[in-house]
Design a protein around this ligand. Structure first.
Ligand SMILES: [Zn+2]
Length: 165
């Protein structure tokens, strides 16, 4: 049975933080603020995968009150999402995501992001789509105050007989 999930995330851009997108450190005057490395792209994909298997979101698995995840690399979150799929004897068919950022330019890093994400999820590179767009200078993203990402995931899960409640 094919299941789909959706994920959305946004983080604020602040001075004095490194910018991580899709596991790639990108040179920029600001970085995303958050408890972990605030990799907004990985977080959105994580939620899409968890959503496809009917699980709670990333905050449930990795609470931002837990010191273990302070400055954690978000790759571990994706690895856990993939583990949850495997635990249910399923497999991730594909993920597709869009980064919405006014700056910096994301396109030169897309290939490397796909490699990181495919590696973390244990799937082929061709099953990971990453696109990037600006916000046409509109709103908080357009003013460079934050970066958002949205993602969908398709997960194949074994058909289970629903128990009568
Ligand atoms: Zn996040």
């Amino acid at each position: 049975m094919n299941h789909v999930g959706i994920g959305y995330d946004v983080h604020q851009l602040v001075a004095g933080r490194k910018l991580f997108l899709g596991g790639v450190e990108i040179e920029h005057s600001k970085g995303l603020d958050g408890h972990s490395d605030a990799d907004v792209l990985m977080h959105a994909i994580c939620d899409a995968v968890l959503g496809a298997i009917g699980e709670s979101d990333i905050g449930h698995f990795f609470p931002n009150t837990d010191p273990r995840w302070k400055n954690a690399r978000s790759r571990v979150f994706l690895e856990e999402a993939a583990r949850q799929v495997k635990f249910r004897e399923g497999h991730i068919v594909n993920v597709d995501a869009t980064i919405i950022a006014q700056q910096p330019k994301v396109a030169p890093h897309v290939r490397q992001m796909r490699e990181h994400i495919a590696g973390a999820l244990g799937i082929q590179l061709t099953r990971v789509g990453i696109k990037a767009t600006t916000n046409e200078a509109l709103g908080f993203i357009g003013r460079g105050e934050g970066i958002a990402a949205m993602a969908v995931a398709s997960v194949d899960l074994p058909e289970v007989v629903q128990q009568a409640i």
